[in-house]
Design a protein around this ligand. Structure first.
Ligand code: URA
Length: 195
């Protein structure tokens, strides 16, 4: 555990040396590296920080974060028991979708975070992190839009052992379409089994 902490601190230091050079960097905006338990079976991967996240430096602390908190609470999991991060670690302007170049720059930090945490389950929230993780972990041929694969479990093997990957709808969908909450709640019930 101490080892994992040391590795994550080192990775964060590397990241903090890089992010000010990145084209997404804007004065006064915080990077959102990720937070939570390094000793967890579950890692949640969002897309990119929004306005509130970049003000505070914490992932999922705005409207989508409220939904995420409710979903986690519905299965009795506390944030501090899992690790939460994003594919992109600086806010894209006006919350636009991540660009290919940004994914290429930030993806390796995410991969290293995963290698340090060594989770048993990787939950990807939304299409972008799902695509990235499926491609990195040899599941490209199984990749479909999130509406087709949400709540399904995909198995893969990694350098640190076998891992389940579960794509989920991004919690922000509930802010546009409240009916989606029930679908997310059903999918989160599956996650509970891995706690
Ligand atoms: N949406 C994300 O994908 N990540 C956050 O941290 C906040 C909103």
């Amino acid at each position: 555990m101490i080892e994992k902490e040391k590795e994550m601190v080192k990775l964060k230091e590397d990241f903090l040396n890089f992010y000010k050079e990145d084209s997404l960097y804007q004065e006064g905006m915080h990077p959102v590296f990720g937070e939570g338990s390094l000793n967890t079976k579950i890692i949640l991967i969002g897309e990119a920080p929004g306005y509130h996240e970049s003000l505070t430096g914490h992932p999922f602390c705005g409207a989508a974060g409220k939904v995420l908190d409710e979903l986690l609470e519905s299965i009795g999991i506390k944030r501090k028991e899992i690790y939460i991060t994003n594919l992109i670690k600086l806010r894209p302007p006006n919350n636009r979708e991540p660009q290919r170049e940004e994914i290429k720059n930030y993806g390796p930090y995410l991969e290293k975070q995963i290698e340090i945490v060594k989770p048993k389950v990787i939950c990807t929230l939304g299409n972008y992190s799902t695509r990235y993780i499926f491609e990195k972990y040899g599941l490209k041929d199984k990749l479909l839009g999130i509406s087709k694969i949400h709540g399904k479990i995909f198995s893969t093997s990694t350098l640190f052992g076998s891992v389940k990957i579960m794509p989920l709808y991004h919690p922000a969908v509930v802010t546009y379409n409240p009916n989606m909450k029930e679908i997310l709640k059903e999918d989160f019930k599956i996650l509970k089994k891995f706690k």
